[in-house]
Design a protein around this ligand. Structure first.
Ligand code: PMP
Length: 392
């Protein structure tokens, strides 16, 4: 039996970028100890009080179908959060609760894309983006950001591909680079969106992980609230990756459409997860800062290690739980280096190429192991790179 083209071409027939990760997991299954600096998963679990609240809610009977757009109190809490961060009045009608940011990304594109429409996104990109866009029947088109611009995208490059396109997907703070888009970058992007009548889908799942400067949501920029869909999530901000809870914030008419979509797909998010998410949000910014703190610390450790050598370069990162390292001086591709490091030292990192052509010759390091292990892994990585570079 033939499956659909949509599903069989989801990965476009190429590599899905997870090979090194899979190899590391295979080694672990064989009993080999591997330091995993791969996926964006905290080294802590969801805090006990949040789980206790989830338990309280479930035991209290919130185990039936929940409100499909989200429980009103949670929608209100997200709206208040977005109002505070953007200055744009945002209410319950602007908020759709989704099972995680990934589902929000898909829903947002389903809402604005017709089959065959071009959907723009920035390379380097979070590895699921092209598949998500294809899943929504879009034709994905990558716009390269350049290492020489510290991976801030150029509005002129976006404009050059904008004719006939329907949407642009951006992500700041960025996975995989850790780059935070400047006000100038965002204002230039906003101008292109207005000029070419593009929807802007703004993936802000790392908005609580800012190490330098500030996070600006394009919803805050003039004329952008009506064409911007924010994608948010509790995964990174509250260490709730497994709870699958996120949202889309945008114009009320789009939220109406998203409710229809959810009614025919996810049918909402479990009530006890939503109540626990509300409880987590009520812990306030100090709690979010506490969750982000280990990454801030490890980033500082990494800069110290990297400063002591000049073979491995670093993309200046102002946010998110990752560092993008330039290993091109070794003569290997990012993938070649990642495989070699895994085999020689049992340290797993993600090849830059997994996140697009623009990140070739780089590897992404997730700061997701304890400080001592992180620091010593980075030292090993640098020493290994130095050995390769001198051999070459
Ligand atoms: N966007 C980006 C940039 C991400 O890195 C991730 C997860 N790693 C997601 C969206 C999806 O996160 P979740 O579905 O867990 O909210």
């Amino acid at each position: 039996m033939q499956v659909s083209n949509r599903i069989s071409t989801l990965l476009s027939g190429g590599s899905d970028g997870w090979e090194v990760f899979n190899r590391a997991r295979q080694m672990i299954a064989e009993g080999i100890s591997v330091t995993e600096l791969t996926i964006g998963e905290h080294d802590i679990r969801t805090a006990a009080p949040i789980l206790q609240d989830m338990h309280r809610s479930a035991m209290g009977g919130h185990t039936g179908y929940a409100s499909i757009p989200g429980i009103p109190a949670l929608r209100d809490a997200i709206a208040a959060r977005v109002t505070a961060r953007t200055g744009v009045p945002t209410s319950r009608e602007n908020v759709m609760i989704t099972p995680g940011g990934q589902s929000a990304l898909f829903a947002a594109h389903m809402a604005v894309i017709d089959p065959g429409d071009t959907a723009l996104y920035i390379d380097p990109y979070y590895a699921t983006y092209p598949g998500t866009l294809r899943g929504a029947s879009a034709v994905p088109m990558a716009i390269k950001a350049h290492a020489s611009d510290a991976f801030q995208p150029r509005a002129t490059d976006i404009a050059a591909h904008a004719a006939g396109a329907k949407s642009l997907l951006i992500n700041s703070p960025n996975n995989p680079t850790g780059v935070v888009y400047s006000r100038e970058t965002l204002e230039d992007i906003a101008e292109v969106c207005v000029e070419h009548d593009l929807w802007l889908i703004s993936d802000e799942v790392y908005d609580t992980q800012i190490w330098e400067g500030e996070h600006i949501s394009p919803r805050a920029l003039e004329g952008m609230a009506e064409r911007t869909l924010i994608v948010g999530s509790m995964s990174k901000s509250h260490a709730m990756t497994g709870s699958r809870i996120g949202w889309v914030v945008g114009p009320a008419h789009i939220v109406e459409d998203l409710i229809n979509l959810a009614t025919h797909t996810t049918y909402g998010v479990p009530g006890f997860i939503q109540e626990a998410a509300l409880f987590a949000l009520e812990q306030g910014e100090a709690f979010e800062a506490e969750i982000a703190e280990p990454f801030r610390r490890r980033r500082a450790l990494a800069y110290n290690v990297l400063a002591a050598q000049n073979v491995v370069g670093v993309v200046p990162n102002a946010g998110a739980m990752y560092m993008m390292l330039d290993v091109s001086a070794t003569g290997l591709s990012g993938e070649g280096f990642a495989y070699a490091l895994l085999e020689a030292h049992h340290i797993a990192v993600m090849p830059g190429e997994s996140f697009g052509a623009a990140a070739a010759g780089h590897v992404r390091v997730a700061m997701t192991v304890d400080d001592a292990a992180f620091e010593s892994s980075l030292k090993t990585l640098c020493d290994f790179a130095i050995t390769l570079a001198t051999k070459g």
